[in-house]
Ligand binder design. Structure first.
Ligand code: SF4
Ligand code: SF4
Length: 170
């Protein structure tokens, strides 16, 4: 994943690549010589932004992350021990042909981004990935015990055995 610090992209050819041709280039190795990888991509790097966040160390920190995850399209991932807030949202200037609508005045972060290490072939797998508030809550529960008494009771009443608390999470 890359648009965490820098982002984006070479100028596309004026003639958009048809989807059928685009699908033929699945990896960098398939790229015809002298062509731009961006011409074979659906602008994956224009569909999100991600920002590094402090590593959560307390219950309160995890509750902040739970708040992030209460919002549409917000997720949190951990990569090489750094925590990131990832928001899946499409840039308002991305055009239907996956070209930048403000190419000449695009932000610096977009200018600096290159195809060298971009997410063209990214499988979007992370060391840890949280998509829902329940997931981060479970993670924090394992570290600190239940945050809410009621939530703790619900777990005790559940048909499944209660999860042991206090186990180390790697
Ligand atoms: S993800 Fe890579 S190949 Fe796709 S548009 Fe962005 S820079 Fe170009
Ligand atoms: S400004 Fe252009 S290059 Fe930057 S994210 Fe938006 S569409 Fe993509």
């Amino acid at each position: 994943m890359s648009k965490t610090k820098t982002k984006k992209k070479l100028k596309r050819n004026s003639d958009p690549t048809p989807a059928t041709t685009r699908s033929r280039v699945r990896s960098r190795a398939d790229l015809p010589k002298g062509e731009s990888l961006c011409d074979y991509c659906t602008a994956k790097c224009c569909h999100y932004f991600a920002l590094p966040i402090d590593e959560p160390v307390s219950r309160k920190d995890f509750d902040f992350i739970r708040w992030y995850l209460l919002h549409d399209r917000a997720t949190v991932f951990v990569d090489e021990e750094t925590w990131y807030l990832l928001v899946h949202t499409t840039c308002k200037h991305l055009q239907d042909d996956y070209r930048c609508g403000i190419y000449e005045t695009r932000p610096e972060i977009c200018r600096e981004y290159t195809t060298d290490n971009c997410e063209f072939e990214d499988d979007w797998c992370y060391e840890r990935y949280f998509e829902t508030p329940e997931q981060i809550d479970e993670y924090a529960d394992a570290l600190f015990g239940p945050q809410f008494e009621q939530a703790g009771r619900r777990k005790q009443d559940a048909i499944r055995s209660r999860r042991p608390t206090g186990l180390p999470v790697v």
